[in-house]
Design a protein around this ligand. Structure first.
Ligand code: AMP
Length: 108
């Protein structure tokens, strides 16, 4: 069963995609907690940070490179931002498709 984020990656359900390449997709969070709130996800399904394996290292490194690029694209590269990855229940993770939150545009 594909995750809701896989459906966004595959453009089966709508989302405001701000960046996509062969490894990651970045789109606007549907319930933004800051003026800029973007989710950056690997195109492949890794359920949680606890499921990361050595073969994912390149993709997850790329996630950070894209986060920096999208932050600049959204105009918050200079002012700064927060990157968050929630893991499982106590970490507050709701969608079990690893994702990085990019938050900014106000003092956090
Ligand atoms: P987390 O609690 O880290 O799993 O965060 C999940 C995030 O996904 C929340 O900030 C939600 O607002 C966001 N979200 C859930 N469904 C969608 C969707 N269809 N499009 C965009 N963002 C979503």
């Amino acid at each position: 069963m594909p995750t809701i984020f896989s459906k966004i990656v595959n453009r089966e359900i709508p989302a405001e995609i701000v960046f996509q390449d062969d490894r990651v997709t970045a789109f606007k969070d549907i319930n933004p907690l800051a003026p800029v709130h973007i989710l950056i996800v690997p195109n492949i399904e890794i359920p949680t940070a606890d499921d990361i394996r050595p073969e994912h290292e390149a993709t997850l490194g790329h996630l950070f490179v894209v986060a920096q690029q999208v932050a600049r694209q959204m105009g918050i590269g200079e002012s700064g931002y927060r990157l968050i990855v929630n893991c499982k229940g106590d970490g507050g993770q709701e969608v079990f498709h690893l994702h990085m939150h990019l938050l900014g545009g106000r003092k956090l």
